[in-house]
Design a protein around this ligand. Sequence first.
Ligand code: CAO
Length: 415
Amino acid sequence: MSKALDGVRILDFTHVQSGPTCTQLLAWFGADVIKVERAGEGDITRGQLRDIPDVDSLYFTMLNHNKRSVTIDAKKPKGKEVLEALVRKCDVLVENFAPGALDRMGFTWERIQELNPHMIVASIKGFGPGPYQDCKVYENVAQCAGGSASTTGFDDGPPMVTGAQIGDSGTGLHLALGIVTALYQRHRTGRGQRVTAAMQDGVLNLCRVKLRDQQRLDRTHVMEEYPQYPNGVFGEAVPRAGNASGGGQPGWILKCKGWETDPNAYIYFITQAPVWKAICEVIGRPEWLTDPRYATPKARLPHLQDIFADIEKWTMTKTKFEAMDILNQHDIPCGPILSMKELAAEPSLRKTGTIVEVDHPKRGKYLTVGNPIKLSDSPTEVVRSPLLGEHTDEVMAELGYGTEQVAALRAEGAI
Ligand code: CAO
Protein backbone atom coordinates (compact mmCIF):
# COMPACT_ATOMS: atom_id res chain seq x y z
CA MET A 1 0.00 0.00 0.00
CA SER A 2 1.30 3.48 -0.81
CA LYS A 3 2.11 5.98 1.92
CA ALA A 4 0.91 9.54 2.27
CA LEU A 5 4.38 11.08 1.89
CA ASP A 6 5.76 8.63 -0.68
CA GLY A 7 8.34 10.39 -2.85
CA VAL A 8 9.13 13.13 -0.31
CA ARG A 9 12.82 13.18 0.56
CA ILE A 10 13.92 14.65 3.86
CA LEU A 11 17.48 15.71 4.63
CA ASP A 12 17.34 15.11 8.36
CA PHE A 13 19.91 17.20 10.15
CA THR A 14 18.19 16.82 13.52
CA HIS A 15 19.55 15.57 16.80
CA VAL A 16 18.52 14.90 20.41
CA GLN A 17 14.71 14.89 20.74
CA SER A 18 12.75 17.79 19.27
CA GLY A 19 13.85 17.51 15.64
CA PRO A 20 14.00 13.70 15.54
CA THR A 21 10.37 13.41 16.72
CA CYS A 22 9.37 15.56 13.75
CA THR A 23 11.30 13.59 11.15
CA GLN A 24 10.22 10.27 12.67
CA LEU A 25 6.59 11.28 12.11
CA LEU A 26 7.35 12.22 8.51
CA ALA A 27 9.09 8.86 8.04
CA TRP A 28 6.06 7.08 9.47
CA PHE A 29 3.92 8.83 6.90
CA GLY A 30 6.19 7.46 4.17
CA ALA A 31 8.86 10.11 3.58
CA ASP A 32 12.40 8.94 2.84
CA VAL A 33 14.25 10.41 5.82
CA ILE A 34 18.03 10.54 5.46
CA LYS A 35 19.57 11.31 8.82
CA VAL A 36 22.98 12.99 8.64
CA GLU A 37 25.34 12.32 11.53
CA ARG A 38 29.00 12.73 12.26
CA ALA A 39 31.09 9.59 11.74
CA GLY A 40 32.26 7.97 14.96
CA GLU A 41 29.87 9.72 17.33
CA GLY A 42 26.55 10.31 15.61
CA ASP A 43 23.54 11.80 17.34
CA ILE A 44 24.59 12.35 20.94
CA THR A 45 21.56 10.40 22.16
CA ARG A 46 22.96 7.17 20.72
CA GLY A 47 25.21 7.08 23.77
CA GLN A 48 23.00 8.77 26.37
CA LEU A 49 21.09 6.91 29.10
CA ARG A 50 22.39 3.60 27.80
CA ASP A 51 20.95 0.46 29.37
CA ILE A 52 23.20 -1.91 27.39
CA PRO A 53 26.91 -1.12 26.92
CA ASP A 54 27.93 -0.05 23.39
CA VAL A 55 24.43 -0.42 22.02
CA ASP A 56 22.30 2.47 20.73
CA SER A 57 20.25 3.74 23.65
CA LEU A 58 16.48 3.52 23.82
CA TYR A 59 16.57 7.31 23.81
CA PHE A 60 17.94 7.15 20.27
CA THR A 61 16.11 4.10 18.96
CA MET A 62 12.70 5.35 20.09
CA LEU A 63 13.11 8.68 18.25
CA ASN A 64 14.65 7.52 14.99
CA HIS A 65 12.58 4.71 13.52
CA ASN A 66 12.08 4.33 9.77
CA LYS A 67 15.07 6.56 8.93
CA ARG A 68 18.28 5.96 7.02
CA SER A 69 21.58 7.03 8.57
CA VAL A 70 24.48 8.51 6.62
CA THR A 71 27.66 9.88 8.11
CA ILE A 72 28.95 13.16 6.69
CA ASP A 73 31.35 15.67 8.19
CA ALA A 74 29.70 18.93 7.24
CA LYS A 75 32.78 20.92 8.15
CA LYS A 76 35.10 19.22 5.65
CA PRO A 77 34.96 20.62 2.08
CA LYS A 78 34.34 17.20 0.56
CA GLY A 79 31.67 16.49 3.14
CA LYS A 80 30.05 19.79 2.23
CA GLU A 81 29.98 18.72 -1.40
CA VAL A 82 28.09 15.57 -0.48
CA LEU A 83 25.68 17.62 1.57
CA GLU A 84 25.15 19.98 -1.34
CA ALA A 85 24.26 17.01 -3.52
CA LEU A 86 21.73 15.97 -0.90
CA VAL A 87 20.28 19.48 -0.74
CA ARG A 88 19.76 19.36 -4.51
CA LYS A 89 18.05 15.99 -4.26
CA CYS A 90 15.82 16.48 -1.23
CA ASP A 91 12.54 18.33 -0.72
CA VAL A 92 12.97 19.34 2.90
CA LEU A 93 15.91 20.03 5.19
CA VAL A 94 15.04 19.73 8.87
CA GLU A 95 17.43 20.90 11.58
CA ASN A 96 17.49 21.79 15.23
CA PHE A 97 21.05 22.93 15.75
CA ALA A 98 21.92 25.72 18.11
CA PRO A 99 21.19 29.15 16.62
CA GLY A 100 23.60 30.01 13.81
CA ALA A 101 25.15 26.53 13.48
CA LEU A 102 23.67 25.79 10.04
CA ASP A 103 24.89 29.18 8.75
CA ARG A 104 28.34 28.49 10.19
CA MET A 105 28.40 25.25 8.21
CA GLY A 106 27.85 27.36 5.10
CA PHE A 107 24.22 26.39 4.59
CA THR A 108 22.53 29.76 4.83
CA TRP A 109 18.98 30.13 3.50
CA GLU A 110 20.37 32.03 0.51
CA ARG A 111 22.90 29.30 -0.29
CA ILE A 112 20.27 26.57 0.04
CA GLN A 113 17.96 28.47 -2.29
CA GLU A 114 20.75 28.74 -4.83
CA LEU A 115 21.23 25.00 -4.65
CA ASN A 116 17.54 24.13 -4.66
CA PRO A 117 14.84 26.83 -4.86
CA HIS A 118 12.17 24.21 -4.15
CA MET A 119 13.64 23.27 -0.81
CA ILE A 120 11.72 23.73 2.41
CA VAL A 121 14.05 24.50 5.32
CA ALA A 122 12.49 23.66 8.65
CA SER A 123 14.10 24.61 11.95
CA ILE A 124 13.43 24.25 15.63
CA LYS A 125 15.07 26.76 17.93
CA GLY A 126 14.54 27.39 21.61
CA PHE A 127 13.26 30.93 21.10
CA GLY A 128 12.06 33.07 18.26
CA PRO A 129 13.54 36.51 17.54
CA GLY A 130 13.96 38.45 20.79
CA PRO A 131 16.18 38.62 23.85
CA TYR A 132 16.86 34.88 24.01
CA GLN A 133 17.17 34.11 20.30
CA ASP A 134 20.79 32.95 20.61
CA CYS A 135 20.23 30.61 23.55
CA LYS A 136 20.61 26.86 23.49
CA VAL A 137 17.50 25.24 24.87
CA TYR A 138 16.48 21.86 26.26
CA GLU A 139 13.05 20.53 27.17
CA ASN A 140 12.66 21.89 30.66
CA VAL A 141 13.99 25.31 29.72
CA ALA A 142 11.19 25.52 27.17
CA GLN A 143 8.62 24.34 29.69
CA CYS A 144 9.75 27.09 32.05
CA ALA A 145 9.96 29.82 29.42
CA GLY A 146 6.71 28.81 27.70
CA GLY A 147 4.43 29.19 30.73
CA SER A 148 3.98 25.54 31.59
CA ALA A 149 6.09 25.40 34.75
CA SER A 150 4.55 28.49 36.36
CA THR A 151 1.09 26.99 35.98
CA THR A 152 1.92 23.39 36.92
CA GLY A 153 2.09 22.02 40.47
CA PHE A 154 0.37 22.96 43.68
CA ASP A 155 -0.15 26.46 45.01
CA ASP A 156 2.11 25.93 48.01
CA GLY A 157 4.93 24.35 46.02
CA PRO A 158 7.53 25.52 43.50
CA PRO A 159 6.94 25.70 39.73
CA MET A 160 6.96 22.21 38.27
CA VAL A 161 7.88 20.64 34.94
CA THR A 162 5.78 17.87 33.45
CA GLY A 163 6.96 14.48 32.23
CA ALA A 164 5.20 15.01 28.91
CA GLN A 165 7.88 16.36 26.58
CA ILE A 166 5.83 19.28 25.38
CA GLY A 167 8.91 21.38 24.60
CA ASP A 168 10.72 18.80 22.51
CA SER A 169 8.17 16.35 21.12
CA GLY A 170 5.48 19.04 21.22
CA THR A 171 7.55 21.37 19.06
CA GLY A 172 8.49 18.48 16.78
CA LEU A 173 4.79 17.97 16.15
CA HIS A 174 4.30 21.64 15.42
CA LEU A 175 7.20 21.59 12.97
CA ALA A 176 5.89 18.49 11.20
CA LEU A 177 2.60 20.25 10.58
CA GLY A 178 4.47 23.28 9.25
CA ILE A 179 6.45 21.07 6.87
CA VAL A 180 3.48 19.26 5.36
CA THR A 181 1.67 22.59 5.05
CA ALA A 182 4.66 24.07 3.20
CA LEU A 183 4.79 21.02 0.94
CA TYR A 184 1.11 21.54 0.18
CA GLN A 185 1.68 25.22 -0.66
CA ARG A 186 4.63 24.28 -2.85
CA HIS A 187 2.27 22.34 -5.11
CA ARG A 188 0.77 25.71 -6.08
CA THR A 189 3.77 28.02 -5.93
CA GLY A 190 6.62 25.68 -6.84
CA ARG A 191 8.68 27.49 -4.22
CA GLY A 192 10.29 26.32 -1.03
CA GLN A 193 10.07 28.34 2.14
CA ARG A 194 11.39 28.52 5.67
CA VAL A 195 9.40 26.87 8.43
CA THR A 196 10.38 27.72 11.98
CA ALA A 197 9.00 26.58 15.29
CA ALA A 198 10.37 27.93 18.55
CA MET A 199 10.06 25.71 21.60
CA GLN A 200 8.88 28.60 23.75
CA ASP A 201 6.09 29.27 21.23
CA GLY A 202 5.16 25.60 21.01
CA VAL A 203 4.85 25.28 24.78
CA LEU A 204 2.88 28.51 25.01
CA ASN A 205 0.54 27.25 22.30
CA LEU A 206 -0.09 24.15 24.40
CA CYS A 207 -0.64 26.41 27.44
CA ARG A 208 -3.19 28.52 25.57
CA VAL A 209 -5.87 27.97 28.24
CA LYS A 210 -3.59 29.52 30.83
CA LEU A 211 -3.27 32.74 28.83
CA ARG A 212 -7.06 32.63 28.65
CA ASP A 213 -7.09 32.42 32.45
CA GLN A 214 -4.58 35.26 32.80
CA GLN A 215 -6.96 37.58 31.04
CA ARG A 216 -9.94 36.36 33.05
CA LEU A 217 -7.92 36.96 36.21
CA ASP A 218 -6.90 40.45 35.09
CA ARG A 219 -10.57 41.31 34.63
CA THR A 220 -12.29 39.54 37.51
CA HIS A 221 -9.42 38.94 40.02
CA VAL A 222 -10.82 35.52 40.80
CA MET A 223 -11.24 32.16 39.07
CA GLU A 224 -13.95 30.16 40.70
CA GLU A 225 -12.92 26.76 39.34
CA TYR A 226 -9.38 27.07 40.76
CA PRO A 227 -8.61 25.40 44.12
CA GLN A 228 -7.64 28.84 45.51
CA TYR A 229 -11.34 29.74 45.43
CA PRO A 230 -12.98 30.67 47.78
CA ASN A 231 -10.50 30.61 50.67
CA GLY A 232 -7.12 31.19 49.02
CA VAL A 233 -5.53 34.31 47.65
CA PHE A 234 -5.21 35.18 43.97
CA GLY A 235 -2.17 37.22 43.00
CA GLU A 236 -1.53 38.96 39.70
CA ALA A 237 -0.49 35.94 37.68
CA VAL A 238 -2.34 32.69 36.94
CA PRO A 239 -1.52 30.44 39.89
CA ARG A 240 -0.70 26.75 39.91
CA ALA A 241 -3.98 24.87 39.89
CA GLY A 242 -2.95 21.49 41.29
CA ASN A 243 -5.07 18.89 39.55
CA ALA A 244 -7.97 21.17 38.71
CA SER A 245 -9.37 20.74 35.24
CA GLY A 246 -8.32 23.30 32.65
CA GLY A 247 -11.83 23.42 31.20
CA GLY A 248 -15.29 24.32 32.39
CA GLN A 249 -15.98 20.99 34.08
CA PRO A 250 -14.42 20.71 37.55
CA GLY A 251 -12.17 17.72 38.10
CA TRP A 252 -9.59 16.40 40.56
CA ILE A 253 -7.40 13.36 41.18
CA LEU A 254 -8.84 11.11 43.88
CA LYS A 255 -7.43 8.19 45.83
CA CYS A 256 -8.63 4.69 45.04
CA LYS A 257 -8.37 1.41 46.92
CA GLY A 258 -4.72 0.54 47.46
CA TRP A 259 -3.36 4.09 47.31
CA GLU A 260 -1.39 3.53 50.53
CA THR A 261 1.02 1.19 48.73
CA ASP A 262 0.43 1.82 45.01
CA PRO A 263 1.53 5.31 43.93
CA ASN A 264 -0.81 5.10 40.94
CA ALA A 265 -4.00 3.93 42.65
CA TYR A 266 -5.80 7.14 41.74
CA ILE A 267 -8.50 8.23 39.33
CA TYR A 268 -9.27 11.53 37.63
CA PHE A 269 -12.86 12.37 38.37
CA ILE A 270 -14.83 15.04 36.51
CA THR A 271 -18.04 16.39 38.00
CA GLN A 272 -19.61 17.08 34.65
CA ALA A 273 -22.86 18.99 35.15
CA PRO A 274 -25.10 16.83 32.91
CA VAL A 275 -24.30 13.72 34.98
CA TRP A 276 -24.46 15.37 38.41
CA LYS A 277 -27.57 13.36 39.29
CA ALA A 278 -25.79 10.11 38.44
CA ILE A 279 -22.74 11.16 40.47
CA CYS A 280 -24.86 11.84 43.56
CA GLU A 281 -26.63 8.52 43.20
CA VAL A 282 -23.52 6.43 42.49
CA ILE A 283 -21.56 7.76 45.45
CA GLY A 284 -24.61 7.50 47.75
CA ARG A 285 -25.30 11.20 48.29
CA PRO A 286 -28.78 11.64 46.74
CA GLU A 287 -29.49 14.49 49.18
CA TRP A 288 -27.00 16.68 47.25
CA LEU A 289 -29.54 16.87 44.44
CA THR A 290 -31.86 19.05 46.49
CA ASP A 291 -29.25 20.74 48.71
CA PRO A 292 -29.08 24.36 47.46
CA ARG A 293 -25.30 24.42 48.09
CA TYR A 294 -24.83 21.64 45.51
CA ALA A 295 -27.84 21.86 43.24
CA THR A 296 -26.29 23.95 40.42
CA PRO A 297 -22.77 24.08 38.92
CA LYS A 298 -22.39 27.70 40.09
CA ALA A 299 -23.52 26.86 43.63
CA ARG A 300 -21.02 23.99 43.76
CA LEU A 301 -17.97 26.05 42.87
CA PRO A 302 -17.15 27.29 46.40
CA HIS A 303 -17.58 23.73 47.72
CA LEU A 304 -15.56 21.80 45.15
CA GLN A 305 -12.85 20.67 47.54
CA ASP A 306 -15.50 19.35 49.99
CA ILE A 307 -17.36 17.66 47.16
CA PHE A 308 -14.20 15.93 45.93
CA ALA A 309 -13.32 14.90 49.48
CA ASP A 310 -16.72 13.20 49.76
CA ILE A 311 -16.45 11.57 46.34
CA GLU A 312 -13.02 10.32 47.36
CA LYS A 313 -14.56 8.47 50.31
CA TRP A 314 -16.40 6.47 47.65
CA THR A 315 -13.48 6.03 45.21
CA MET A 316 -11.28 4.78 48.07
CA THR A 317 -13.61 1.77 48.38
CA LYS A 318 -12.91 0.74 44.75
CA THR A 319 -9.84 0.02 42.69
CA LYS A 320 -9.32 2.55 39.90
CA PHE A 321 -10.55 -0.03 37.38
CA GLU A 322 -13.65 -0.91 39.42
CA ALA A 323 -14.43 2.79 39.75
CA MET A 324 -13.94 3.25 35.99
CA ASP A 325 -16.35 0.40 35.22
CA ILE A 326 -19.05 1.79 37.49
CA LEU A 327 -18.64 5.43 36.49
CA ASN A 328 -18.59 4.65 32.76
CA GLN A 329 -21.93 2.88 33.05
CA HIS A 330 -23.31 6.31 33.95
CA ASP A 331 -21.27 8.29 31.40
CA ILE A 332 -19.36 10.02 34.19
CA PRO A 333 -16.05 11.20 32.67
CA CYS A 334 -13.12 9.73 34.57
CA GLY A 335 -9.69 8.29 33.89
CA PRO A 336 -7.44 5.89 35.76
CA ILE A 337 -3.91 7.05 36.54
CA LEU A 338 -2.04 4.53 34.40
CA SER A 339 1.61 3.80 35.05
CA MET A 340 4.11 3.22 32.25
CA LYS A 341 4.17 -0.42 33.34
CA GLU A 342 0.42 -0.70 32.86
CA LEU A 343 0.51 1.11 29.53
CA ALA A 344 3.29 -1.11 28.23
CA ALA A 345 1.15 -4.16 28.94
CA GLU A 346 -2.16 -2.75 27.67
CA PRO A 347 -3.45 -5.12 24.94
CA SER A 348 -5.60 -2.52 23.18
CA LEU A 349 -2.58 -0.22 22.66
CA ARG A 350 -0.62 -3.14 21.23
CA LYS A 351 -3.50 -3.94 18.91
CA THR A 352 -3.71 -0.43 17.47
CA GLY A 353 0.06 -0.12 17.02
CA THR A 354 0.36 2.66 19.57
CA ILE A 355 2.70 0.44 21.57
CA VAL A 356 4.90 -1.66 19.30
CA GLU A 357 7.57 -4.27 19.85
CA VAL A 358 10.56 -3.73 17.59
CA ASP A 359 13.52 -6.03 16.96
CA HIS A 360 16.97 -4.43 16.83
CA PRO A 361 20.06 -6.33 15.64
CA LYS A 362 22.16 -5.23 18.63
CA ARG A 363 19.71 -4.73 21.46
CA GLY A 364 17.08 -7.35 20.62
CA LYS A 365 13.42 -6.68 21.24
CA TYR A 366 12.20 -3.46 22.82
CA LEU A 367 8.97 -1.54 23.13
CA THR A 368 8.30 1.79 21.56
CA VAL A 369 5.45 4.18 21.01
CA GLY A 370 4.25 3.81 17.44
CA ASN A 371 2.56 6.46 15.35
CA PRO A 372 -0.26 7.96 17.41
CA ILE A 373 -1.81 9.40 14.23
CA LYS A 374 -3.63 6.74 12.23
CA LEU A 375 -4.27 7.23 8.52
CA SER A 376 -6.62 4.66 6.98
CA ASP A 377 -4.91 4.86 3.59
CA SER A 378 -1.36 5.17 4.89
CA PRO A 379 -0.80 2.71 7.72
CA THR A 380 2.41 2.96 9.71
CA GLU A 381 4.81 0.07 10.00
CA VAL A 382 7.47 0.84 12.59
CA VAL A 383 10.95 -0.10 11.36
CA ARG A 384 13.92 -0.18 13.74
CA SER A 385 16.26 2.80 13.93
CA PRO A 386 19.37 2.69 11.74
CA LEU A 387 22.84 1.90 13.00
CA LEU A 388 25.28 4.79 12.66
CA GLY A 389 26.11 5.21 8.97
CA GLU A 390 24.23 2.06 8.02
CA HIS A 391 23.00 3.61 4.78
CA THR A 392 26.00 5.74 3.82
CA ASP A 393 27.04 3.54 0.88
CA GLU A 394 23.46 3.15 -0.34
CA VAL A 395 22.79 6.90 -0.27
CA MET A 396 26.17 7.74 -1.83
CA ALA A 397 25.35 5.37 -4.71
CA GLU A 398 21.99 7.08 -5.16
CA LEU A 399 23.86 10.40 -5.36
CA GLY A 400 25.97 8.96 -8.15
CA TYR A 401 29.23 8.36 -6.25
CA GLY A 402 31.22 5.33 -7.35
CA THR A 403 32.78 2.80 -4.96
CA GLU A 404 36.27 4.25 -5.30
CA GLN A 405 35.07 7.80 -4.69
CA VAL A 406 33.23 6.62 -1.59
CA ALA A 407 36.38 4.89 -0.32
CA ALA A 408 38.43 8.03 -0.91
CA LEU A 409 35.91 10.24 0.91
CA ARG A 410 35.87 7.78 3.78
CA ALA A 411 39.66 7.72 3.94
CA GLU A 412 39.78 11.49 4.36
CA GLY A 413 37.01 11.48 6.99
CA ALA A 414 34.47 13.39 4.89
CA ILE A 415 31.87 10.64 5.27
N1 CAO B 1 29.35 17.53 10.69
C1 CAO B 1 30.07 18.54 11.22
N2 CAO B 1 29.65 19.26 12.26
C2 CAO B 1 28.46 18.95 12.79
C3 CAO B 1 27.66 17.93 12.28
C4 CAO B 1 28.13 17.20 11.17
N3 CAO B 1 27.45 16.19 10.62
N4 CAO B 1 26.54 17.86 13.02
C5 CAO B 1 26.63 18.81 13.96
N5 CAO B 1 27.79 19.48 13.82
C6 CAO B 1 28.30 20.60 14.60
C7 CAO B 1 27.49 21.84 14.45
O1 CAO B 1 27.80 22.48 13.25
C8 CAO B 1 27.93 22.64 15.67
O2 CAO B 1 29.15 23.27 15.40
P1 CAO B 1 29.44 24.84 15.72
O3 CAO B 1 29.06 25.03 17.16
O4 CAO B 1 30.89 24.95 15.48
O5 CAO B 1 28.61 25.66 14.83
C9 CAO B 1 28.22 21.55 16.69
O6 CAO B 1 28.16 20.31 15.97
C10 CAO B 1 27.27 21.46 17.84
O7 CAO B 1 25.92 21.64 17.45
P2 CAO B 1 24.90 22.21 18.51
O8 CAO B 1 25.42 23.50 19.07
O9 CAO B 1 23.55 22.27 17.89
O10 CAO B 1 24.91 21.06 19.63
P3 CAO B 1 25.01 21.18 21.21
O11 CAO B 1 25.10 19.77 21.67
O12 CAO B 1 26.06 22.09 21.67
O13 CAO B 1 23.60 21.81 21.62
C11 CAO B 1 21.19 21.86 21.71
C12 CAO B 1 22.45 21.00 21.65
C13 CAO B 1 20.01 20.94 21.62
C14 CAO B 1 21.16 22.63 23.03
C15 CAO B 1 21.19 22.87 20.54
O14 CAO B 1 21.36 22.16 19.34
C16 CAO B 1 19.92 23.70 20.45
O15 CAO B 1 19.71 24.64 21.22
N6 CAO B 1 19.07 23.36 19.48
C17 CAO B 1 17.84 24.11 19.23
C18 CAO B 1 16.80 23.83 20.27
C19 CAO B 1 16.46 22.37 20.36
O16 CAO B 1 16.11 21.70 19.42
N7 CAO B 1 16.50 21.89 21.59
C20 CAO B 1 15.95 20.57 21.87
C21 CAO B 1 16.96 19.59 22.14
S1 CAO B 1 16.18 18.11 22.63
O17 CAO B 1 16.08 18.26 24.26
